[in-house]
Design a protein around this ligand. Structure first.
Ligand SMILES: NC(=O)c1ccc[n+]([C@@H]2O[C@H](COP(=O)([O-])OP(=O)(O)OC[C@H]3O[C@@H](n4cnc5c(N)ncnc54)[C@H](OP(=O)(O)O)[C@@H]3O)[C@@H](O)[C@H]2O)c1
Length: 339
């Protein structure tokens, strides 16, 4: 298409694949945040690729493998253009959707990798993440199994989600880690204390997940607990519930002001912020916002050209410390919950 910019690829960390400067989080296109239109979701994936997005992020946990299956035809049509990232080690309890099952058992990892390969229809997973750390197993053992998958040609690069700085260092000593994927946004900055500096030192790329605060930073919610559908997973998150939701909505005023000054949207400011914040830390970054619509993927990719001024960054600086409610009800499976 005539408006398609030439994709400028960057390397994800020292040891990772080359990818477009913004990735795409695929979770919401078939899972988690309410109903989606499969045709529009497919069109959104195609539009993302046209706009230079090449890193597509999914997980075995998303819809019990359904998200990976949904993506398979898209990956088959564009295998040489896309970088396929998926994850093992987390499942949502089928009986109780508020419960998470975390498993890093070596046999489970191997089985999960085979299942993902089969559902995705690819010969190798380009970037394979440990989704959650299972503290019953030493991190060295878990990464050792992942490294075997690399040697067997089933996986190309390794990543870790929600690890602590110490876990990252221990893992990286076993096998080069391409990327850490953790929540990082104007609302969620806990990883800046230890994880981001460790990643910068080791040459590990950062893949911020939920860079739009799961939609909250776009100004979509006034009183989220009333606005979310019954089966929306955000209902389980403290920031979206009760009095917290309205209090957090009020924190967006400075984001709105900065957006107005640039003729940009709140989503674009949130994405530009995480990009520039990574620059401050000297860490390579590829955010993975997710959306179910073409118009919004165009808007989000547009943020890669937005530069915030130092005084605007100052205005946005205090927001995270004022957010009401934790990232998750149970923080023990996040990096911040263990360090
Ligand atoms: N490693 C982990 O543990 C973990 C955890 C969570 C997520 N992730 C990954 O990170 C990806 C992104 O995170 P996320 O989906 O949780 O949150 P997000 O990207 O912060 O926000 C997604 C939400 O924002 C909305 N949105 C997107 N662009 C918008 C725009 N320009 N204007 C207004 N609303 C917009 C989307 O709605 P519409 O779809 O209606 O546009 C959706 O509800 C996921 O897809 C997944 O791949 C990983």
């Amino acid at each position: 298409m005539s408006d398609t910019p030439p994709p400028t690829l960057i390397r994800l960390g020292t040891h990772g694949p080359e990818v477009g400067p913004q990735g795409f989080g695929c979770m919401g296109i078939s899972f988690a945040y309410g109903p989606s239109d499969p045709a529009e979701s497919r069109a959104t994936l195609e539009r993302a690729l046209e706009l230079g997005v090449t890193l597509f992020d999914t997980a075995a946990a998303y819809g019990d493998g359904g998200n990976e299956e949904f993506l398979a035809p898209f990956f088959a049509a564009h295998r040489d253009e896309v970088v396929v990232a998926t994850k093992f080690g987390l499942a949502i309890d089928r009986e109780d959707r508020t419960k998470r099952i975390i498993d890093n058992d070596p046999a489970y990892i191997r089985r999960s990798a085979e299942e993902s390969l089969s559902r995705l229809g690819v010969e190798a997973i380009d970037l394979y993440y440990m989704h959650r750390r299972d503290v019953r197993y030493p991190i060295e053992e878990t990464v050792g199994v992942m490294a075997e998958l690399v040697r067997e040609g089933k996986v190309k690069h390794l990543g870790l989600s929600e690890v602590t700085a110490d876990e990252l260092r221990a893992a990286h000593a076993v096998h080069p880690i391409a990327a850490v994927q953790s929540e990082w946004s104007l609302f969620s900055r806990d990883i800046e204390a230890r994880v981001v500096p460790a990643a910068a030192e080791l040459g590990v790329g950062l893949v911020p997940y939920s860079p739009l605060g799961r939609g909250f930073l776009t100004g979509a919610f006034v009183s989220a607990d009333k606005e979310l559908g019954e089966d929306d997973l955000r209902r389980q998150q403290p920031r979206f519930t009760g009095d917290n939701a309205a209090a957090n909505a009020a924190l967006l005023e400075p984001v709105r002001a900065v957006a107005g000054a640039h003729g940009a949207t709140l989503a674009q400011v949130a994405l530009a912020w995480v990009q520039q914040r990574a620059g401050v830390h000297g860490v390579g970054v590829v955010p993975i916002p997710g959306t179910r619509s073409r118009a919004r993927v165009e808007e989000n990719v547009g943020a890669t050209h937005l530069i915030l001024t130092p005084s605007e960054l100052d205005v946005l600086e205090p927001i995270a410390s004022r957010v009401a409610g934790g990232r998750y009800a149970d923080m023990s499976f996040t990096s911040a919950g263990r360090e």
